[in-house]
Ligand binder design. Structure first.
Ligand code: ZN
Ligand code: ZN
Length: 369
């Protein structure tokens, strides 16, 4: 199958549209025609050479939704015409974590290879002439068509708009999951979310949906704080005019039950930990650079505060994607306000520019066909 796709030949260069060949679906694979794909921060990391998973040349895009057009041998769970959201990973089902049922902690080799866009036979599903191309996260959703493992395509009801549901693939599931899965926020809890981009805003609405009664959102941009209020923040802190410490203490002097750092700054993670109550929890959702130190004071941990990491919101795709689709369908999960720009694939440069300037929560590429 020929497909127009956004290809990043090497980090530091601008991505370009190319006509590529997508492999026919082999055993256990499905061919998907994309309807929409979000442009997530991880695309920016790949472009700027900061991605831990991208291999080059890379087929960009990993936050997609579309329609199954063909299934490979042995696929019984999906059929042509099914609407699907593409998931971030497929657990190996063999590593120690998987056999315990902790699929979100999977470290298996098949997951690692698939995340780099490589099949178990060492080949990829995209080619350009003689070159193998590596789909980001095994997905490559900034392409008219993609071929993925069947377990990586999660069926959703056909009456829900795919241009909104695509966001559930990565940004929503990570932010919502950090609150609901990783932290386990429950009714009456208090929460602080620092950083209100595509992931942080979903941590805010995750806290609302979990029943948190005080939700403090902090950011440097007034427009994002307005969105945070729409998502359910009860208080906002513009950290360009008020310090985070002062802003939080003014609302909850003894600290919050849960703090979520969604920026990726080690010092800020430590500060967020210090803003939790005795016995509280800080979740590091953002990813500080490799080797970064988190300078937590001993006093913080002595009081049984907990600092925990977060991998994709501890998401288990087959569990989380359908429930997020249902929450959107019933009007409780807000996705439309998160879409700052809707662009055709040919308008990708505008989406990447918005990403670099953190202008909008999400740009979504929609495909005509
Ligand atoms: Zn992403
Ligand atoms: Zn595993």
């Amino acid at each position: 199958m020929q497909s127009t796709a956004l290809i990043l030949r090497e980090p530091g260069r601008a991505p370009v549209l190319e006509t590529v060949t997508v492999a026919d679906p082999g055993p256990g694979e499905v061919l998907v025609r994309l309807a929409a794909s979000g442009v997530c921060g991880s695309e920016g990391h790949a472009v700027h050479g900061r991605s831990a998973v991208a291999r080059y040349p890379s087929v960009l895009g990993h936050e997609g939704a579309g329609v199954v057009v063909e299934v490979g041998a042995g696929v019984t769970t999906l059929a042509p015409g099914d609407h699907v959201v593409l998931a971030l990973y497929v657990p190996c089902r063999a590593c120690r974590q998987c056999v315990r049922g902790d699929f979100h902690h999977c470290v298996g080799e098949s997951r690692r290879l698939n995340t780099m866009g490589v099949r178990s036979d060492g080949m990829t599903r995209f080619r350009s002439g003689e070159d193998q191309l590596f789909p980001l996260m095994g997905l490559g959703t900034l392409s008219e068509y993609t071929n993925v493992r069947a377990e990586q395509a999660v069926r959703v009801p056909a009456d829900i708009a795919l241009h909104a549901l695509c966001l559930v693939g990565c940004g929503v599931t990570t932010g919502f999951g950090a609150v609901v899965n990783t932290a386990g926020v429950s009714v009456g809890d208090t929460a602080l979310v620092v950083g209100c981009g595509g992931v942080g805003l979903n941590a805010v609405q995750g806290a609302r949906l979990a029943g948190a009664t005080t939700i403090i959102a902090a950011d440097t941009q007034a427009s994002k704080l307005t969105l945070a209020q729409q998502m359910g923040a009860t208080h906002v802190i513009d950290v360009t005019s008020t310090s985070l410490e002062e802003g939080v203490r003014a609302v909850i002097p003894d600290g919050v039950d849960y703090a979520f750092e969604v920026v990726g700054n080690g010092d800020l993670v430590a500060q967020c930990l210090g803003l939790t109550r005795v016995g509280g929890m800080c979740v590091m959702v953002g990813a500080p650079p490799p080797g970064a130190i988190i300078p937590a004071r001993r006093e913080a941990l002595m009081m049984e505060r907990r600092l925990v990491g977060c991998r994709g919101g501890s998401n288990i795709p087959q569990r989380d994607i359908p429930r997020l689709a249902e929450l959107y369908s019933s009007g409780r999960l807000l996705l439309d306000p998160l879409i700052g720009k809707r662009l055709p694939l040919s308008g990708f440069a505008e989406a990447f520019e918005a990403l670099d300037h953190a202008e909008v929560a999400r740009s979504v590429i929609t495909f005509d066909s």
